[in-house]
Design a protein around this ligand. Structure first.
Ligand code: ADP
Ligand code: MG
Length: 296
């Protein structure tokens, strides 16, 4: 078993038949692949190591952590292969597509549906937090349906490489003492779900994931993000002030309970923000306050 968990240096294409691309970033791409031994289909994330220059030791830590993660709502890591230039993460294939795509094509969509998705994400987040892991990169694009069935569970697909985050702009090192990048970072997309304390370069922890869950819940209920401005500086200001609204008419028919839930997560002060445990206990998740009427 221990041997299984180590990185393999043989040629991955001898073991897996690499097929079409499923997704792509600047330094990584995800490809469909078939295990030649079992014919099983998997997803392989290929990371260019040149993107990690100087950070290899951190990557080793990340990988050690990734191997320990086993949760129903987090995609499993099956094997790791390594060449001098690349790292391949072999993951269980999930086939249900991205969360937001699926919601858009659904005929009906209710608060109950949103509550179920958020509850599953929170289960996974609580699990990570109990292991001392902060994901740091929760966002709708990383939430996939496991299967095409209507009742499919949601899985967090992106391991996030939670210490080293690979963005479109390169490596972003988010260790607290080096969080400086954010003030000079040219890439806005990382801002959209970032908690105030991340942007303000304060020390931060698990609470940043809870903020992101709040942003995701907000998007799931109205279809647009709570903080948005084409100008980075304006967006930054909105977030650090935690300045958002439940705008009319979009939020008129949403329950007070949903709004109460979100407001505890989009709480500027990380000390006052709900923890994943508290969020799971909120009646909108664990009780029956999520409405069952269509909100499309
Ligand atoms: P990135 O670092 O580029 O964000 P992700 O791990 O989020 O990488 O994967 C990018 C895309 O690849 C996802 O949005 C999804 O469409 C696809 N993908 C990732 N993991 C899987 C998987 N296990 N099964 C199927 N598709 C996947
Ligand atoms: Mg991703």
């Amino acid at each position: 078993l221990i041997k299984d968990r180590q990185k393999k240096t043989e040629d991955i294409s001898a073991v897996y038949d690499m097929k079409e691309k499923l997704g792509e970033g600047s330094f990584s791409e995800v490809r469909l692949a078939q295990d030649r031994r079992t014919q099983k289909l998997v997803a392989v994330k290929c990371i260019q190591k040149r993107a990690l220059k100087g950070k290899e030791a951190m990557l080793e830590n990340e990988i050690a952590v990734l191997h320990k993660i086993k949760h129903d709502n987090i995609v499993s890591l099956e094997e790791i292969y390594e060449t001098p230039a690349e790292l391949y993460l072999v993951m269980t294939l999930v086939t249900g597509g991205e969360l937001l795509d699926r919601i858009l094509v659904r005929g009906t969509y209710t608060e109950k549906d949103a509550s179920s998705v958020v509850g599953q994400v929170l289960d996974a987040v609580l699990y990570l937090h109990n292991m001392g892991i902060v994901h740091r990169d929760l966002k709708p694009e990383n939430l996939l349906y496991d299967t095409a069935f209507e009742d499919s569970k949601i899985v967090i697909s992106d391991f996030g490489l939670s210490i080293i985050i690979i963005t479109k702009c390169g490596i972003v090192d988010l260790q607290p003492e080096r969080a400086l990048f954010l003030s000079i970072h040219p890439c806005v997309s990382v801002y959209l779900l970032s908690a105030p304390e991340l942007l303000e370069q304060k020390t931060y922890g698990k609470a940043v994931d809870c903020w992101a869950v709040g942003v995701i819940a907000y998007i799931l209920l109205c279809g647009y993000p709570p903080f948005y401005d084409e100008n980075d500086m304006e967006l930054y200001k909105q977030i650090v002030k935690a300045e958002y609204a439940f705008d009319s008419p979009y939020w008129d028919d949403i329950s007070e309970s949903a709004k109460d839930f979100i407001s505890h997560l989009l709480q500027k002060d990380p000390e006052k923000r709900y923890t994943s445990e508290q969020a799971l206990q909120h009646p909108w998740i664990s009780g029956d306050t999520a409405l069952e009427k269509n909100i499309h």
